[in-house]
Write a protein that binds this ligand. Structure first.
Ligand code: COA
Length: 380
């Protein structure tokens, strides 16, 4: 264990890691499966539909999905059952308690990549935060299982702030560094969002994708030469029912049952769009001001990946002009909304070309409502 008196108390991002599931579902494949489900449902219920007792289901469309969201495809952990009109939900063999859980497995893969990139061994890490939207179980914490699988001597815990989990995790990790309570903290965000998506709901069946990311937050004193200084972090929450999931052990109808639909992801997409855009844009501008950063000078915005239109509006308000793909990169098109992992995927894939001293922003927003900003500068 490093002597903590040598530490600077200045948090940096030393490295990131990304695990992408091999399988991907295109909008065309998704819509074909959904529309087959609609056809079968309407056929099975034709008498009730004709009698006016229930409403016929309406088909989905590739054009709508791409225009309304910017999503063209999404990666998933289990493609076949999701596309099977009789199942439309992920499935995999039940694992015993002695096997690594599937959520921990993908978290470990992303974490290992982050550690490798930082040239760090597991024993150098003090803590693991598993920061994600949906944990596989209530306890033992996923973070502790990931900690054990990596061989880390320290502590770990889970935190769920929906789509903002990763930025909340980064601030928590940064605060441990600032307080001198840790020198190296892994923030792991395994997001198997396919499990809480209602693949039978036309309004939202196209939204989510599966992935895992990891961010290694460390004290500047031990960071590798290539790192990103954390200039400031800010978190905000405002209660809203507009994005909600009622699943829980006090509240568990089966999602396949009609009355169980609210035990999966539900949202009022329009309201979310309208309410979250101004909240986040204002938060970014105010935080930039506090940090004495001209928002228009930000070299890149790695924004939460939920909707291309939302990102366009937020980036415009922050930068003062329409953002180019270079200024605000999109990963939404091939990954879909990956909840808390979205802005981290963007940061992971689109930062190598930046120069020393370039300043950027990692920003998340989503259910809660919740929003988090992490201003970073590439070390010189
Ligand atoms: N295929 C075809 N048409 C569809 C459809 C589908 N899959 N789903 C909805 N439509 C139709 C609706 O019936 C509606 O038709 P109408 O005008 O005849 O009534 C029309 O398309 C518009 O629907 P609406 O739900 O208002 O779409 P939208 O433009 O708001 O886009 C979202 C929907 C979800 C993509 C968008 O609201 C969004 O991304 N919001 C933010 C969501 C967000 O960030 N959530 C956070 C999650 S963590």
């Amino acid at each position: 264990m490093t002597d903590m008196t040598e530490m600077s108390g200045r948090p940096v991002i030393s490295a990131t890691g990304l695990f992408t599931p091999e399988d991907s579902i295109s909008n065309e494949e998704l819509v074909a499966s959904f529309n087959e489900y609609v056809r079968r449902y309407n056929q099975q219920h034709s008498d009730s539909i004709e009698a006016g007792e229930i409403t016929a289901l309406t088909e989905s469309s590739v054009e709508f999905i791409e225009k309304a969201s910017g999503i063209k495809a999404r990666h998933v952990m289990a493609k076949q059952p999701v596309l099977d009109p009789d199942i439309m939900s992920p499935r995999w063999p039940q694992r015993s308690n002695d096997e690594l859980s599937i959520l921990a497995e993908i978290g470990v893969k992303a974490a290992r990549q982050a550690l490798e990139r930082a040239g760090r061994k597991a024993e150098d890490v003090d803590a693991v935060l598993c920061a994600a939207s949906n944990m596989e179980r209530p306890y033992p914490a996923m973070a502790i299982e990931i900690q054990q699988a990596l061989g880390i001597d320290g502590f770990g815990f889970d935190m769920n702030v929906a789509c903002s989990s990763a930025t909340f995790g980064i601030q928590t990790a940064a605060d441990y560094i600032r307080a001198g309570n840790a020198k190296s903290v892994l923030v792991v965000s395994p997001e198997i969002t396919s499990g809480h998506l209602n693949w039978r709901d036309r309004d939202s069946h196209f939204i989510f994708g599966d992935v895992a990311t990891a961010v290694l937050v460390e004290d500047a004193a031990l960071a590798p030469a290539e790192h990103w200084d954390i200039l400031g972090t800010k978190l905000k929450t405002v209660f809203s029912n507009n994005i909600r999931n009622n699943f829980g052990f006090l509240n568990r109808a089966y999602p396949e049952e009609a009355e169980g639909a609210d035990k999966l992801f539900v949202q009022e997409g329009r309201k979310v769009f309208k309410e979250v855009v101004p909240m986040v844009a204002q938060m970014i501008v105010e935080e930039a001001e506090r940090l004495k950063i001209d928002p228009q000078s930000l070299r890149r915005l790695w924004l939460h990946q939920a909707n291309a239109g939302m990102n366009r509006l937020i980036a415009h308000r922050v930068l003062g002009h329409e953002a180019s793909e270079d200024e605000s990169p999109t990963v939404l098109d091939s990954y879909g909304n990956t909840s808390s992992a979205g802005s981290i995927i963007a940061f992971h894939l689109h930062r190598a070309d930046l120069q020393a001293e370039d300043t950027g922003l990692i920003c998340s927003f989503g259910a809660g409502y919740s929003a988090g900003t992490v201003f970073v500068r590439k070390a010189g």
